[in-house]
Ligand binder design. Structure first.
Ligand SMILES: [Zn+2]
Length: 463
């Protein structure tokens, strides 16, 4: 460290928390990096963090903030990259990973370039892009090397989109090619065949309402897809990252795979920790729809245990924001309910409140599943995912005692509701520092659109 250069910022008196330790220390920042932890330091600009926790900025590797195009229709979420990353900053998240869909017939590299042009002027926090493989052709595989060279070391595969079942061999080849380049394959694991069959039967029987939604996508439709994905991982020697896992049975399939050395990583999301399928009986139950559906209390219990014991490696939002009237559109049915909810601002506070405060997970597991593990798996560690000398100064200054009631109308997202409206949550960020810049403070987002940058990622690191 060059001691002769003055610091730009000192965060004083907080408790630095990482995945493995916590201790009181001042933190010195120069430029966009942490350059000193502990010891004498001073800067013109200081932040008083006495009584607060300094947590590594959240890394939410699963968000939907860019448009989708199918045929002539272009679909836009309630949030774009500007409002979505403002919500991230307000929620203590300093890096997001966006699921990036190519337009029909568009090459992956072109989809990335188009998306970058769209999001660069908007992003308030740093971001990664996961290109979605809709055409697992040899031509598509030939693009992977260039994607890696440009720092994009992950792909997303949907087992329920397009013609996955018809082209499964090609997807397997793509996963192998990706793995050989150090890429991680994110997989949405639900079985298209079973879901299609069950949905058709429900529609035929006139069972079209929200209360039938769980029956259209039962646990076994997730379990068999996860089991198949595990087999693909084994066959292709390809690490896989199962997104938004929702059930005990699917988690057990991953546990068995990991126990025999298959590189399987598991993400879950807030919906499955806080809510159960009875919500679909509510008059406005469609607002809770996500794919897969809400499950049973025993599944909730299993997921908490998985977060506690390490079977689940990451906790991400799958932020997919809608307006409430879009979710509750009476024209929708069991086949067409709109999946997804907004969660970027509530992800960390609610896990802190429900997890750490209620002693379901330790503060160190909290840091692991919200930041450190994602940084490793997505090739960002140790630049991100921890508080250490040399790392990016991405820090959530956390007040563990502040109590707020969730109220989407007062939050940054353009979605006009939260599934958790009215929940009392203890523990919120009072400030968020992203690469040395105060992007959120005292309830105000201060980071300007366009300051967030694409993160150039290295190879996925195994956990
Ligand atoms: Zn998603």
């Amino acid at each position: 460290m060059d001691q002769t250069q003055p610091l730009d910022l000192v965060v004083r008196g907080g408790t630095v928390v990482t995945a493995s330790s916590h201790h009181r220390a001042d933190v010195g920042v120069r430029g966009d990096r942490i350059v000193q932890i502990g010891g004498e330091m001073a800067a013109d600009r200081e932040i008083d963090a006495a009584g607060k926790l300094l947590l590594p900025g959240g890394i939410d590797m699963h968000v939907h903030l860019t448009s989708l195009k199918t045929g002539d229709d272009e679909f836009r979420w309630a949030d774009d990259f500007a409002t979505g990353t403002r919500a991230a900053a307000a929620g203590g998240i300093t890096t997001v990973g966006n699921i990036t869909f190519p337009h029909p017939q568009e090459r992956l590299l072109d989809a990335i370039a188009r998306t970058l042009a769209e999001v660069e002027p908007l992003a308030v926090v740093d971001y990664a892009l996961h290109p979605v493989v809709l055409d697992p052709s040899p031509e598509g595989r030939a693009e992977l090397q260039e994607l890696v060279a440009r720092g994009h070391t992950s792909i997303k595969i949907f087992m329920i989109l397009g013609n996955f079942d018809g082209r499964a061999r090609d997807y397997l080849d793509t996963m192998r090619a990706a793995a050989q380049l150090g890429m991680l394959s994110l997989i949405h694991c639900e079985d298209a065949c079973v879901i299609g069959h069950l949905t058709e039967r429900l529609l035929t029987a006139g069972r079209v309402g929200k209360e039938w939604f769980p029956a259209s996508r039962p646990v076994f439709s997730e379990e068999i897809a996860v089991t198949r994905a595990v087999g693909f991982a084994e066959a292709a020697a390809a690490p896989i990252y199962v997104v938004h896992l929702s059930s005990q049975a699917a988690l057990e399939a991953c546990h068995r795979a990991r126990a025999r050395g298959v590189p399987v990583y598991v993400e879950t999301r807030p919906l499955y920790l806080y809510l159960t399928e009875e919500r679909f009986d509510d008059p406005d139950g469609a607002k809770y729809v996500g794919n897969p559906p809400l499950r049973k209390p025993s599944d909730v219990e299993a997921l908490w245990n998985g977060l506690w014991d390490g079977d689940i490696q990451t906790f991400c939002t799958d932020h997919a924001p809608w307006k409430l009237d879009e979710k509750l559109d009476p024209a929708l049915n069991v086949e067409t309910f709109r999946p997804g909810v907004a969660d970027l601002e509530t992800l960390l506070p609610m896990l802190f409140s429900e997890g750490v405060n209620k002693q379901r997970i330790s503060i160190h597991r909290f840091v692991e599943v919200t930041s450190t593990n994602a940084a490793r798996l997505f090739g960002l560690f140790p630049r991100k995912g921890t508080i250490a000398v040399g790392s990016d100064a991405d820090i959530a200054i956390w007040d563990p005692s502040v109590v707020r009631t969730v109220d989407a109308s007062a939050m940054e997202t353009n979605a006009d509701y939260s599934p958790y409206d009215g929940w009392e949550v203890t523990g919120w960020p009072i400030a968020t520092i992203a690469r040395g810049e105060l992007v959120y403070e005292n309830g105000q987002v201060r980071g300007q659109p366009g300051r967030g940058r694409l993160v150039h990622r290295g190879p996925s690191q195994m956990l």
